[in-house]
Ligand binder design. Structure first.
Ligand code: CO8
Length: 263
């Protein structure tokens, strides 16, 4: 994929990590339609590239991760267009969530509206201590349209999600951490480094086991306990047939580090 073709997203690969950076700092990286399309193109490439094992998603500049959907664009959409753009944005976030590879949101500033929704679609959220989160759509006469009404209660519980969505309140990183919206809070200068360290820790593990774990959790939270545990048992069986399981268990018994091949 030719990264130069992307208008509003920087896309770079270093070793096994793809870096996707929202790049509209003048409007705090707000998501217009072209940016949603760029995001889809970048994440499709990351999904298809066998050398890429994980992605870091962040925002350009030191002020914002993503300050939400582009309000200039939203101001002029018709009902039909809004429904279509909500569905399209949701499909891009589903792509991120179901990538089959870990995606770490390095939240370096405002993550509001569609920005908070984008962070929630990622596997793990690392926030800078200056980051701010919220779903302020009701203050604009709208409601979250990028999966926020669904992913926020799954992450923080129904009561807290409803309070945030109905009030439009913006919260700081410590509060986001307290309620479980983010995994970790670090000083601003360390957000990318910490995201890389988390990915490297994951990369040290058996790739197939990592992929099936991601899928079991993602699918499992959407189904009954019985169906989820049945899926888990199938994946457990599949993993047990891999060379990496042989290597992992043998290495443990031989008191050495495993060398996984992803087979
Ligand atoms: N859209 C467009 N422009 C924006 C946005 C935005 N979301 N956020 C900021 N900007 C622009 C400002 O207009 C300003 O432009 P200019 O310099 O030309 O005046 C520039 O960015 C800098 O912003 P501020 O001067 O406002 O900076 P402050 O530090 O004073 O304030 C805030 C920062 C608090 C983040 C403030 O900019 C703000 O409140 N922004 C809007 C936040 C918001 O309401 N987000 C939710 C939008 S609705 C949404 O996300 C729906 C999701 C639906 C997804 C469905 C898929 C399509």
């Amino acid at each position: 994929m030719d990264a130069a073709k992307l208008e509003n997203v920087l896309y770079e690969k270093k070793g096994p990590i793809a870096y996707v950076t929202l790049n509209r700092p003048k409007v705090l990286n707000a998501l217009n339609s072209a940016t949603w399309r760029d995001l889809r193109t970048a994440f499709e490439d990351a999904r298809e590239d066998p050398l890429i094992r994980g992605v870091i998603l962040t925002g350009a500049g030191d002020k914002a991760f993503i300050a939400g959907a582009d309000i200039g664009e939203l101001a002029h959409v018709t009902a039909v267009e809004a429904e279509q753009s909500s569905s399209f944005g949701q499909s891009v976030l589903d792509l991120i969530e179901g990538l089959g590879k870990p995606v770490v949101a390095a939240v370096n500033g405002y993550a509001l509206g569609g920005g908070c929704e984008t962070a929630m679609a990622c596997t793990i959220r690392v926030a800078s201590d200056t980051a701010k989160f919220g779903q302020p759509e009701v203050t604009l006469g709208l409601l979250p349209g990028g999966g926020g009404t669904q992913r926020l209660p799954r992450l923080v519980g129904k009561g807290r999600a409803l309070q945030l969505i109905l009030s439009g309140q913006i919260i700081g990183a410590p509060e986001a951490y307290r309620i479980g919206l983010v995994n970790e809070v670090v000083p601003a200068a360390e957000v990318i480094g910490r995201a890389e360290a988390i990915l490297k820790q994951i990369f040290a593990n058996a790739p197939i086991a990592v992929r099936f774990s991601l899928d079991a959790v993602n699918k499992g939270v959407e189904t009954s306990l019985a169906e989820g545990t049945a899926l888990e048992a199938s994946y457990f069986g599949l993993c047990a047939g891999t060379d990496d399981k042989k290597e992992g268990t043998t290495a443990f018994l031989e008191k050495r580090k495993p060398l996984f091949q992803g087979r």
